[in-house]
Design a protein around this ligand. Structure first.
Ligand SMILES: [Zn+2]
Length: 69
């Protein structure tokens, strides 16, 4: 009988057997990778969209050819 754990969840990053110290990852590196995914997903800086204050409501220009019949 081997003293293996019944359910050793593999590292979600690379698939290697998880290390008890870095569960559920196999190493700190993979843990950092996962953390990086979290940061990139949660704390993603929204694109700085500057609201255009230049409304076109004042840019209504009359067509010079509007009287062309
Ligand atoms: Zn890993």
């Amino acid at each position: 009988m081997t003293a293996q754990q019944p359910k050793a969840a593999p590292c979600p990053i690379c698939g290697k057997p998880a290390h008890p110290r870095y569960r559920p990852f196999c190493s700190r590196r993979c843990a950092d990778v996962d953390l990086g995914h979290w940061f990139s997903g949660q704390y993603r800086v929204p694109s700085t969209e500057i609201p255009s204050e230049m409304d076109e409501k004042y840019t209504r220009r009359v067509d010079p050819d509007d009287e062309v019949g």
